[in-house]
Design a protein around this ligand. Structure first.
Ligand SMILES: NC(=O)C1=CN([C@@H]2O[C@H](COP(=O)(O)OP(=O)(O)OC[C@H]3O[C@@H](n4cnc5c(N)ncnc54)[C@H](OP(=O)(O)O)[C@@H]3O)[C@@H](O)[C@H]2O)C=CC1
Ligand SMILES: O=C(O)CCC(=O)C(=O)O
Length: 419
């Protein structure tokens, strides 16, 4: 029996089967492409503030090393298990290949409820996780980054722990670090910025006026808040936002800069306004122009997909749409334009790549250059996806993944890994 199981892994495997059928990949090649190269499980003991010892389980899955080091975020959340991490690593592979980055996919995480950790305990856990991973990561082996539940500070602790072990500063071991510790300008905003940029591109192509267009955002962390901010800057009204504490709705548009300030000082959107409180279960089906899921996987099921009333689904989260929902959205593709996750949220890893390149060269770029290059890569991948979808008469997700899988397969084939 495989160690990889669970609904998120099944989803990644199911999507891959669709692509493999579409590309007529022989059955005996499929496991080699799908199953991860390495999966590492570690125990991370820490001394709690009350003097007791607690042990947290950590994971890192490296999907393939064919194109270069593996690359991907680290998630701290109660849901984390090896199946979820493996699925996220596989998606990273198709995402990096679609964007043309010299990486395989990876993902890591610790199963932990952050609401139960003090800042000191979080630092100990972050450092212990990296310490346990030292034999398996490196600037040319596997480069970590933030994901749900981790941020610039956690990346700085990772980098510091690795550097102390090496005896010198190794900024290129992780990306998404603070600029003060070798990070790049523009990484903090990159994922949300990319989501908003692509959503705007689709709105323009659909001839929808940005001024007065409306958006709904689920998740108000790194991705959701910066996507909301950029859409707001473009002139859209962000009419609803949700995080795990609840939702806010204002048909005339929420004050996004004020909400970002509130969320950064209070840790969530709770307490921003009682009058604007709304049912979080209803927000994905609100009538609007753009829906951005930017929280968890599998939030859009077939029922929600059937009831969505948006023109653009811009997937900020990884894996927000179930395969059953994809079948519904395929039938509704003239009504709803799907920008699939591996394209839509790829601005994050694209700018992580720029951060790694800058750290390796010790030559740092201006923000204008970072963002211009990010948008160039997103536009190129978007064009390739749309062209492929039209040519093969397939949904956008199938097209985007087919391009990614083909590139990985071509690299494996030319290196001689297949007979
Ligand atoms: N960070 C990055 O650069 C990238 C992230 N992604 C993906 O984007 C998604 C979000 O990541 P990121 O923004 O970094 O994570 P964060 O931890 O910064 O934010 C996650 C947000 O989702 C909210 N949330 C969690 N559970 C729910 C729920 N059940 N309903 C509504 N909201 C919920 C959180 O609320 P609360 O804070 O109240 O818990 C928080 O607002 C993930 O799928 C991640 O894999 C993809 C590419 C890059
Ligand atoms: O920035 C990176 O390296 C990875 C970001 C990430 O985890 C993702 O794209 O899902």
């Amino acid at each position: 029996m495989s160690v990889y199981s669970g609904p998120v892994f099944d989803m990644a495997a199911n999507q891959f089967a669709v692509i493999a059928d579409h590309l007529s990949i022989p059955l005996d090649e499929r496991d080699r492409l799908l199953l991860p190269k390495r999966a590492i499980t570690v125990s991370c003991p820490i001394h709690r503030d009350d003097g007791t010892i607690a042990v947290f389980e950590g994971y890192r899955v490296q999907h393939h090393l064919t194109l270069g080091p593996t690359k991907g975020g680290t998630r701290f959340a109660p849901s984390v298990d090896i199946g979820e991490v493996a699925a996220l690593a596989i998606w990273m592979s198709w995402k990096c290949a679609l964007a043309g980055l010299p990486y395989g996919g990876a993902k890591g995480g610790v199963r932990v409820d952050l609401s139960r950790l003090s800042r000191r305990e979080l630092e100990l856990l972050s450092r212990r996780y990296m310490q346990e991973m030292i034999p398996f990561v490196g600037p040319h082996t596997d480069v970590m980054a933030p994901d749900m539940g981790t941020n610039e500070q956690v990346m700085a602790w990772f980098m510091d722990t690795y550097s102390m072990y090496q005896g010198h500063t190794v900024t290129e071991i992780v990306t998404g670090k603070p600029v003060a510790s070798g990070g790049t300008v523009g990484r903090l905003e990159a994922t949300g910025r990319g989501v908003a940029y692509l959503a705007r591109r689709v709105l323009n192509e659909l001839s929808i006026n940005l001024n007065g267009a409306t958006a709904v955002i689920q998740g108000f962390g790194n991705v959701g808040s910066y996507a909301a901010f950029e859409l707001h800057q473009y002139g859209l009204k962000v009419i609803a936002v949700a995080d795990h504490t609840g939702a806010l709705y204002d048909k005339s548009g929420l004050d996004i800069p004020a909400l970002m300030h509130h969320a950064s000082t209070h840790g969530s959107i709770a307490g921003f306004s009682n009058e604007l409180a709304y049912d979080p279960d209803q927000i994905l089906t609100l009538p609007c122009d753009v829906v951005v899921p930017a929280a968890m996987e599998r939030v859009i099921d077939a029922h929600i997909a059937q009831n969505m009333k948006c023109r653009v689904l811009a997937e900020g989260a990884n894996g927000p749409t179930t395969p059953e929902a994809d079948l519904v959205l395929e039938k509704r593709q003239d009504e709803i334009f799907v920008i699939p996750d591996i394209l839509c949220n790829s601005g994050g890893v694209v700018v992580s790549y720029f951060e790694w390149v800058q750290d390796l060269q010790q030559l740092f770029w201006e923000e204008e250059e970072v963002t211009r290059r990010e948008y160039h890569i997103l536009d190129r991948a978007f064009d390739q996806m749309v062209k492929r979808a039209k040519a093969d008469k397939i949904p956008h997700r199938t097209a985007a993944m087919a391009i990614g899988v083909e590139k990985v397969r071509a690299a494996k084939t030319t290196r001689g890994l297949f007979p």
